[in-house]
Design a binder for this molecule. Structure first.
Ligand code: SUG
Length: 449
């Protein structure tokens, strides 16, 4: 049976703004308080989805969330009508209003961890929503994420959904941003690679000194257990704590994998040799030939990797077996990174082409091409069981572009977040979106009695 990797991209929500909310994410911190352009952000994301779909890749779309999250503000003690809740929060605790307005659910690499059916004990595709417990503005995403994923993958025979892990830092889980899968073919059993930043229960593991390690070993292990993965099909690695302290807040900022290939920076992991050997041996048992492409620090420093987001790229397999690397414009603007990439494609490596996309609106909050997508490997039967409303087509692209132009503002600054009209605009837009994507009722405002 044929199998595919389907990329589901997060659609940028109408409240996209630069809140400076992510300590440890250099772009988020340095662009704090800048004016944003939600319409342009959504259009940039849609253009990437359309381009990849046009190239023949399977592409889907994942809906944004209701923001401001009034229910979250109520849980923090703000009361009254929805408008009063927003205005009180703006007056008494602006940072909490900003957090409740974040469009951060666009970075769907953090929505969940996904294990394809070929790897799991019960032969279903497993999803665990990420608790995103390290940052308040992200920790409020998972209940809606679970409902949206449930509406997209709504067939219990093929899809198993797990709730987010316990909401404490010891089980900090950031989803697929710290998870890669290697395989010979998408439908065959593979090796799932979990990269963690620290251990919460074992003090022998080192930890970063400056910035938080968002993913714990114990969270990764829990996800592997929930998904019914076998030890033969799992490898764990610790991220190098010193790169976390340089702004590598997720592994997908320093490494990307696909098929039999891992593209990574020399400083990405601890015990690199052991990790690569284990990946090679385990993939060999699954019939695969693991290949690692190491980017030496002498050619691209960690700082250049963080600035350009070279590794937050999409590594995509084409039908002829060659691979395409989808990178953000910032890679072309960095002399050393661009020199590396220009040489790479001509070198006869597994990566034969590089494509550049303008994703500046998302990039300024630390979200590149890879952050914006959740990969789900599916066989033909499973793909046929996915809600067809969320699969990208030329007509859906046109509909969504018109929908964005109709509902989104082209400029948003912090003071706009206090405007209750923004909530009305967001709800009107999302109500229409759930009909376009055939999701049913998934948002808090749609679920209220
Ligand atoms: O969690 N930025 C996101 C970026 C997530 C990128 N995802 C991956 N690497 N997979 C984060 O730090 C910034 C929001 C703000 O500051 O307004 C933010 O949440």
């Amino acid at each position: 049976m044929k199998s595919f990797e389907v990329n589901f991209d997060g659609l940028v929500g109408p409240t996209h703004n630069y809140g400076g909310l992510s300590y440890g994410n250099v772009a988020s911190q340095s662009n704090s308080q800048q004016g944003s352009n939600p319409r342009e952000a959504a259009r940039q994301g849609l253009a990437k989805m359309k381009a990849l779909a046009d190239m023949g890749f399977k592409q889907g779309v994942l809906a944004p969330q209701e923001r401001p999250d009034v229910a979250a503000l109520r849980r923090l003690g703000f009361s009254g009508s929805d408008a009063e809740v927003i205005q009180r929060a703006a007056k008494e605790a602006m940072p909490l209003l900003v957090a409740s307005c974040s469009a951060s659910s666009m970075w769907v690499a953090n929505a969940a961890t996904v294990s394809p059916s070929a790897d799991t004990a019960d032969g279903r595709v497993h999803f665990t929503a990420a608790n995103l417990n390290c940052k308040y503005h992200r920790s409020i995403e998972h209940p809606t994420t679970s409902r949206v994923l449930g509406a997209m993958f709504a067939n219990q025979q093929h899809f198993a959904h797990h709730a987010a892990l316990p909401a404490v830092a010891q089980f900090g889980d950031e989803g697929a941003a710290n998870h890669t899968r290697f395989c010979r073919a998408y439908g065959e059993p593979g090796v799932e690679f979990f990269v963690f930043g620290r251990s919460a229960f074992d003090i022998r593991f080192p930890a970063p000194q400056k910035y938080p390690a968002r993913q714990t070993l114990e969270a990764s292990q829990a996800v592997a257990r929930l998904h019914g993965l076998s030890d033969d099909g799992v490898v764990y690695a610790q991220q190098n704590p010193s790169v976390i302290d340089q702004g590598v807040f997720h592994n997908d900022v320093i490494a990307v994998g696909n098929g039999e290939v891992l593209f990574y920076h020399e400083d990405a992991f601890l015990e690199t040799e052991r990790v690569l050997a284990e990946l090679k041996a385990k993939l060999a048992k699954r019939g695969g030939d693991f290949k690692a492409i190491c980017v030496p620090r002498a050619q691209v420093s960690v700082e250049d990797a963080v600035r350009s987001y070279l590794f937050n790229s999409q590594l995509l397999s084409r039908d002829d077996g060659s691979m395409l690397l989808v990178v953000p414009e910032e890679c072309r603007n960095n002399e050393r990174v661009w020199a590396y990439l220009s040489a790479l494609a001509g070198q006869g490596s597994a990566i034969s082409e590089v494509r550049v996309f303008d994703l500046k609106q998302s990039m300024q909050n630390g979200g590149g091409p890879a952050c914006l997508r959740l990969r789900v490997a599916l066989n033909e039967t499973e793909l046929a069981a996915v809600n067809p409303g969320v699969i990208m087509t030329a007509p859906l692209y046109d509909t969504l572009t018109q929908w964005v132009d109709k509902h989104y503002r082209d400029r948003l600054v912090e003071s706009d977040l206090a405007d209750p009209q923004l909530l009305t605009e967001c709800r009107t837009a999302l109500d229409e979106l759930t009909r376009i994507l055939q999701l049913g009722s998934v948002y808090p405002f749609q679920l209220q009695p």
